[in-house]
Ligand binder design. Structure first.
Ligand code: 7PJ
Length: 273
């Protein structure tokens, strides 16, 4: 299996690592250390050297209660960083069609959308390009999604949403080899919901596209371990190993070097290295 990301073709015979670079002043997990484009670009370079296959660049904080960002501000955060990294496979984490268009024109290879290209004109922004898309499930809106999320049938609901999202983007002309899906850990989910999704992650394989898992430093790890965000490396690595074992093909992480070691150990255990 191959994931086509614009001018990059990523083989999925080993799990891929997506390294997170936030260009926000209020990102909960790295405290907006990379607001300056130069600093963000050099962090991205370091993650690529550590073994990130894809760099996920985000200019909008989706942290509950985060201040809204204008479209202009979001572009102003992301584009200068993107332009400094023409040789890397860059994903842009955005919900806005105008940002998608501008990012793709500036060389982005993937669009990672926490609302699965549901904004009007989002499909049009990506379809005619060769970029990959990550379609994520979210229940509610970032500002309020963690207020007592409830499901009658958690796995059924998330899976049905992703199945419909895949159908919709394929109908718009995006080939299966350009699509990844993501159950959206922490996006309208309690720690209990997140663990149930992880436990039943193998059921998402029937969607026929690679599953991306984003668990790195998330509050569920804080809930389990009692650790603040800057002390969640061990918890994140444990989550990465579980996600691999449950069939995730792409891991979205902050700590690339350490996650690559987890993958190496897992592969040696599977005798595939
Ligand atoms: C995710 C994301 C995730 C995808 C964020 C954080 C919050 N995109 N963007 N999956 N999380 N596809 O990094 O903790 O889980 S922002």
């Amino acid at each position: 299996m191959i994931l086509r990301c614009g001018r990059f073709s990523l083989a999925l015979d080993r799990p891929l690592v997506m390294g997170v670079v936030n260009v926000t002043p209020d990102s909960f997990s790295d405290g907006g250390r990379f607001r300056d484009p130069e600093a963000a670009a050099s962090h991205a370079r370091r993650l690529a050297e550590e073994g990130a296959d894809i760099i996920d660049l985000g200019g909008e904080s989706t942290r509950p209660g985060a201040a809204p960002v204008s479209e202009e501000e979001e572009q102003h955060r992301v584009l200068p960083v993107l332009e400094k990294l023409p040789d890397l496979c860059i994903s842009v984490d955005t919900r806005r069609p105008a940002v998608m268009k501008a990012a793709l024109a500036a060389g982005a290879s993937m669009i990672n959308d926490i609302q699965a290209l549901t904004e009007p004109y989002a499909l049009e922004a990506v379809a005619a390009t060769g970029c990959a898309v990550c379609l994520m499930h979210m229940k509610g809106e970032p500002a309020t999604m963690q207020r007592e999320p409830r499901y009658d049938d958690l796995i059924g609901e998330v899976k049905a949403f992703l199945k419909e999202a895949v159908r919709r983007v394929m109908f718009a002309g995006i080939g299966r080899d350009r699509i990844a899906v993501d159950p959206g850990f922490g996006f309208g989910k309690t720690p209990r919901h997140n663990m149930e999704i992880l436990r039943r992650l193998p059921e998402f394989a029937s969607l026929g596209v690679p599953v991306l898992a984003g668990l790195s430093r998330k509050s569920t790890i804080g809930h389990i371990t009692g650790r603040p965000v800057e002390q969640r490396l061990a918890g994140s690595l444990a989550m990465a190993l579980l996600a691999l074992e449950q069939g995730a093909k792409i891991l979205r992480v902050h700590d690339v070097k350490e996650t690559r070691d987890v993958i190496a150990v897992w592969q040696a255990f599977k005798n595939e290295s």
